[in-house]
Ligand binder design. Structure first.
Ligand code: M6R
Length: 610
């Protein structure tokens, strides 16, 4: 998704903005631009493509300045070309960058055209800059003009604006898209998240919905949506530069795959005793709320949705509590029938996914007993909106393909399952066994990572493939879905997952000797059924790869193709451990196909538009 970096300082800020734009690359984008205040005008450079194209332009025609804005754009309205890149401007006097979507841009465009404005792009953004310019023309200063202009906008946005007639001033606003204010020593910054600024400061103000901020090098002023002057808390952020650097790894995704034992250990840290999930890890008073819960409704998107699907099986099987799981973009436009004592759970790595956030807001009006967010980004919109919160502690996830966020979500959900199981009177010995199992998970993940070389070698067989099938049953069906999603998003191989029992109801028609089929085979009561489904594939000559728990490897024969065994640690842990080989497979196939592993085409890390 789009990213903003802006600064007002006493030094040249060009490099600060450029470093910030590189740090925002992980969000996904297709053009970049910068505008810096000069003496009486604004200088702008924009480039389609990557930040390095913008950097090349700046090397050829350098512009410097102490105050300015910059942006990475992920195209929504209009092609990803230079003309549509941000900053969008009104002449050489006003420039604006924008994340989000202005829904009433067409009506505003017509109105502005009638009053003589000329448009130079296909973007929804350009209406804002003309609207603000018009208001400044009627005598308002930049801060007042932005406040007035946003009153006319429908949709979601975070913006940063500079004017040539107000040297040293940047104005920002947020509604529906995140924006943080960074506080430096005699300088201030704005950005979409903290990562582009952590080389400059660790002190941040998280702007609230509807806030508008005016900043200069010395000071800043925030007004809320009612136009009242407000003070927001300044927070010290603990993210280090190391956490967002690639280190010795070839890709962020590779680093993040290998960080999983540690990320899971941190997600469990302080939340489990030797025998139980500790009370109130979901927030103050959570134990009392959760004690009432008779149903759970989980809503999320993409990989986070897959985590929810795994939890459904475990919630029903271990806690005996009915659980529904739904995609946020569907849920948000439904009128849900909410039964008594239902807990609503959203799962999101970024905490900013527009559909998931809207679903949570929708749920808060719908009469659930409580809302709980499982999230990886503290201070994100979703964390603020939910009543109860359980943070995954995966650390910053930069690769667009979610890896450590997913496995830590699975673990966080398992803590919820176990807590609800305990409150629901599960057998104590069984419960204590699951808790003990969880403590072994990091070790099992480490062992699974030992398969890396095997998957690297295996990947060579797939680089020419265009399709693949993934099969699983029970709580491993969503793991097959996640394996297929990983492969398709980073290698661009078309991959689909099926509940293995569904194979004969249609997808079996696709199976021939060219079709790779991956099956996930845990040590559980569904094993025989799965083997029968796998037989259906081998009988049609399909190219089979079975990832099996070591204890059941001997159940497979040569006709079942390539069998890889690993210790998966029983029903609670197995979906988490089985995820690792599928991530390794996707990673190595993508690397060998030469795709952009960390920033796959057309995708964004944080999907802040609908
Ligand atoms: O930040 P979120 O967890 O809410 O994001 C949801 C999806 O956009 C995300 O999981 C997406 O599917 C990933 N690219 C998958 O790797």
């Amino acid at each position: 998704m789009c990213g903003i970096v802006a600064a007002a300082a006493r030094r040249n800020i060009r490099d600060i903005l450029m470093v910030g734009l590189y740090a925002l690359e992980y969000r996904g984008y297709d053009s970049a631009g910068i505008a810096l205040q000069q003496d009486g005008f604004l200088a702008r450079q924009r480039a389609a493509g990557k930040v390095k194209e913008l950097e090349a332009l700046l090397e050829a025609s350098p512009i410097d300045g102490h105050c300015g804005i910059s942006h990475t754009r992920w195209a929504t309205h209009g092609k990803p070309n230079t003309q549509n890149a941000h900053p969008q401007t009104a002449g050489d006097q006003l420039a604006l960058v924008h994340n989000g979507i202005i829904e009433n841009h067409a009506a505003l465009r017509n109105e502005l055209r009638e009053s003589g404005c000329e448009f130079n792009s296909d973007t929804d953004t350009e209406v804002m800059v003309h609207l603000i310019a018009q208001l400044m023309g009627s005598g308002l200063d930049l801060f007042a003009a932005v406040r007035k202009a946003i009153g006319r906008l429908r949709g979601a946005f975070a913006i940063a604006v500079v004017s040539a007639v107000e040297p040293g001033v940047v104005v920002g606003a947020r509604r529906g898209s995140p924006l943080v204010l960074g506080i430096g020593d005699g300088e201030h910054f704005l950005a979409s998240d903290v990562y582009p600024l952590i080389a400059e400061t660790t002190r941040f103000v998280y702007l609230e919905e509807g806030d508008v901020v005016a900043l200069n090098a010395d000071d800043y002023e925030i007004r809320n949506e009612s136009d009242e002057l407000v003070t927001r808390p300044v927070k010290e952020v603990e993210v280090t530069i190391d956490a967002v650097e690639r280190g010795d790894y070839n890709h962020y995704m590779q680093k993040e795959i290998f960080e999983q034992p540690q990320a899971v250990a941190e997600t469990l840290e302080g939340r489990l005793s030797a025998s139980r999930v500790l009370p109130n890890i979901f927030g103050v008073g959570a134990e009392e709320v959760l004690g009432k819960i008779c149903q759970v409704h989980i809503v999320a998107c993409g990989t986070s949705y897959h985590a929810g699907l795994v939890a459904r099986y475990q919630m029903e099987q271990l806690a005996g509590i009915p659980c529904r799981v739904e995609i946020a973009s569907e849920y948000r436009y439904r009128r849900p029938v909410v039964t008594d004592d239902t807990l609503f759970v959203v799962i999101s790595q970024s905490g900013e996914t527009a559909d998931t956030l809207a679903a949570l807001k929708h749920a808060r009006q719908a009469g659930y007993t409580a809302t709980l967010a499982i999230c990886n980004v503290a201070e994100s919109s979703i964390v603020r909106e939910a009543e109860l919160v359980l943070m995954t502690r995966a650390g910053p996830e930069i690769g667009v393909a979610s890896t450590k966020a997913f496995t830590t979500q699975l673990v966080a959900l398992q803590l919820l399952v176990l807590e609800l199981a305990r409150l629901n009177g599960v057998d104590e010995t069984r419960y204590a066994g699951y808790v003990a199992d969880l403590n072994h998970l990091p070790e099992l993940l480490n062992q699974a990572l030992g398969l890396d070389a095997e998957f690297e070698a295996l990947a060579a067989a797939f680089i020419e493939k265009e399709d693949a099938l993934f099969l699983g049953r029970g709580s491993h069906y969503p793991i097959a879905m996640e394996g297929a999603l990983k492969l398709k998003e980073i290698s661009y191989i078309h991959a689909e997952a099926y509940a293995a029992g569904e194979l004969k109801h249609g997808p079996l028609a696709l199976v021939d000797e060219k079709m790779p089929v991956f099956a996930v085979a845990p040590d559980n009561t569904l094993l025989e059924k799965l083997i029968s489904n796998i037989e259906e594939v081998s009988a049609r000559g399909g190219e089979l790869y079975v990832i099996a728990d070591s204890k059941v490897v001997s159940s497979f024969g040569q006709r079942h193709g390539h069998i890889m065994g690993l210790d998966t640690g029983g029903p609670l842990l197995s979906p988490v451990v089985m995820t690792i080989p599928l991530q390794l497979l996707a990673y190595h196939v993508a690397v060998q196909r030469g795709t952009n592993v960390d920033q796959p085409r057309n995708l964004a890390k944080s999907v802040t538009v609908e």
